[in-house]
Design a protein around this ligand. Structure first.
Ligand SMILES: C=CC1=C(C)c2cc3[nH]c(cc4nc(cc5[nH]c(cc1n2)c(C)c5CCC(=O)O)C(CCC(=O)O)=C4C)c(C)c3C=C
Ligand SMILES: [Fe+2]
Length: 490
């Protein structure tokens, strides 16, 4: 078979429907431009067939909906040794072939390939002493407090001030849920469960946890990935919907690290930016809702109340954050799934957890609860929807504050859907998301050196110090400014 007919064979194959994988034309044109000597392919349990240029990491990926046999036959590769699982699906094929001028080599998972999965999450304070430094890290993030470029030098002094003012209130919240955030423990459990789910699907992978604002920091996870010599990485944020303030912020940190490091800048990486539309996730959420509805005396009368973490409205209106659109799309899909199961309850979406003086996405959860009470709604099921683990905003804000407010407002029967945590259908779906993302891994960014950046940083540091001191003095000397500032962050 010559190069033209091998690409013709590939063009006849079925291609995965996932939106974050390149389209067929692109793949096939990439295949045609690959250097002759360095094409390899490996087939995996998922039914994916990869064709990869070893030197550039570019991947052409195809899959067969009914196992590998058609794909293999399509390629006309005599001498292929296939292993089959109990269902008779091919899951492993080993052999080396010469197809025209292309040398093709095939394995179940390329022998020299070390797959890594990096789970991104927010992180949370583990003790009450961690609260203020955790808040400092959060508010020092330019994706959380978005200052105009000219005022960026104020970021760190402002973070110091806001974290100090906010800490007492936050500490009360964390104290009421046992003295710290459960996020690290749950995320570690999810990582372990994902590793096992991938193993069940014949993918051996190291799964890492990288938190944005507390331990284990993303930077630590990346150092471990380097030490382990990972050769292909899937980045999977544990936020179903994309926001500049969550996934966007973590990816910005990663891109910076990858730019500045020779090894990382060539590492093939695939980022799953958002995954709220995945069938496995939608069905898992619908399962949880369906299960909780059964606890009510009259399940069909219950208002399904989706409560999402808010973001300032300017993120969506001015900065193009797709968060609100993705959230609304997500709720639509969950409700469609429930309808398909014969569950036609009324539902509503509101946004919680606003902080600071600016406008956040509306309607606000607390206001909607009061309105629903006034309108005579008697039974309500709260569904936290922007996050996949229990955390302070489910355990304290929803379970305590909002429940209290709802009952006070006339709602008589209250329920809350648990977070997905390690629910098996959800973890299996994450494993599929990883497997689907693997073939499209490519280098994130070109390597750059940083001598100029270092000089610039020193200059910026001096300016920050100067203006930070001016801000602190102004606030200290002006009781009015001090009070306005404090009231907005308490
Ligand atoms: C999709 C989830 C989240 C978005 C969007 C988000 C935006 C966002 N958050 C703050 C401020 C705070 N968030 C805090 C805690 C916190 N936030 C999320 C998720 C999202 N945040 C989680 C999961 C957690 C809790 C972690 C835990 O410890 O359990 C906090 C600290 C707690 C508190 O004092 O309320 C703050 C502050 C902003 C400003 C923002 C968007 C700009
Ligand atoms: Fe938050």
């Amino acid at each position: 078979m010559d190069a033209a007919s091998s690409s013709l064979a590939l063009s006849n194959m079925k291609l995965p429907g996932s939106s974050n994988i390149l389209n067929s034309d692109h793949r096939i044109s990439m295949l045609c431009s690959l250097p002759k000597s360095c094409v390899s392919f490996c087939c995996k349990s998922s039914g994916n067939l990869q064709v990869r240029d070893k030197s550039t990491g570019l991947v052409v990926s195809c899959s067969s909906s009914n196992g590998h046999r058609d794909v293999m036959q399509g390629l006309h590769l005599p001498g292929l040794i296939e292993k089959r699982n109990r269902l008779g699906q091919a899951f492993c094929s080993v052999g080396t072939f010469t197809v025209g001028e292309f040398a093709l080599e095939s394995h179940s998972q390329a022998v020299d390939e070390k797959v890594g999965v990096l789970l991104l999450n927010l992180g949370g304070p583990e003790t009450l002493d961690d609260v203020q430094p955790f808040l400092y890290n959060l508010f020092a993030d330019p994706d959380i407090i978005r200052l105009p470029r000219l005022f960026r030098f104020l970021q760190e002094p402002l973070a110091k001030l806001i974290s100090t003012f906010r800490a007492p209130k936050s500490k009360e919240g964390y104290a009421s849920i046992g003295g710290g955030s459960p996020l690290r423990k749950i995320t570690d459990e999810q990582a372990q469960a994902l590793k096992m789910a991938l193993e069940e699907k014949n993918i051996s992978a190291n799964v890492y946890v990288g938190m944005r604002y507390w331990y284990p920091f993303t930077e630590e996870a990346i150092q471990q990935i380097k030490r382990d010599g990972i050769t292909r990485l899937v980045v999977l944020p544990l936020y179903p919907q994309y926001s500049i303030s969550t996934t966007g912020s973590s990816i910005r940190v990663l891109e910076k690290m990858f730019r500045e490091d020779a090894y990382l800048s060539t590492l093939p990486v695939s980022v799953v930016k958002s995954w709220y539309q995945r069938e496995g996730y939608i069905k898992s959420m619908a399962d949880l809702i369906q299960g909780e509805l059964k606890n009510f005396a009259n399940p069909q009368e219950v208002m399904i109340f989706f409560s999402a973490h808010g973001v300032p409205v300017s993120y969506v209106d001015n900065a193009g954050d797709p968060y609100r659109d993705e959230m609304e799309g997500c709720i639509y899909l969950i409700m469609q799934e429930l309808k398909a199961r014969g569950i036609g309850n009324e539902h509503t979406l509101a946004y919680q957890s606003r902080v600071g003086p600016v406008q956040w996405l509306k309607p606000y959860t607390d206001e909607v609860l009061v309105d629903l009470g006034k309108k005579g709604i008697k039974s309500l099921l709260a569904v936290p929807v922007s996050f996949v683990s229990e955390h302070i905003e489910t355990l304290e804000e929803i379970d305590m504050e909002y429940k209290h407010l709802a009952l006070e407002s006339g709602i008589e029967n209250w329920g809350r859907v648990p977070a997905l945590n390690c629910k098996s259908s959800f973890i299996l779906d994450l494993a599929d998301a990883v497997i689907e993302a693997l073939p499209s891994a490519t280098a994130l960014s070109p390597h750059t050196t940083s001598t100029d950046a270092d000089d610039h940083n020193l200059f910026q540091y001096a300016i920050k110090l100067l203006f930070g001191s001016v801000l602190a003095f102004t606030l200290l000397l002006s009781p009015k400014a001090f009070l306005a500032f404090r009231n907005n962050f308490l």
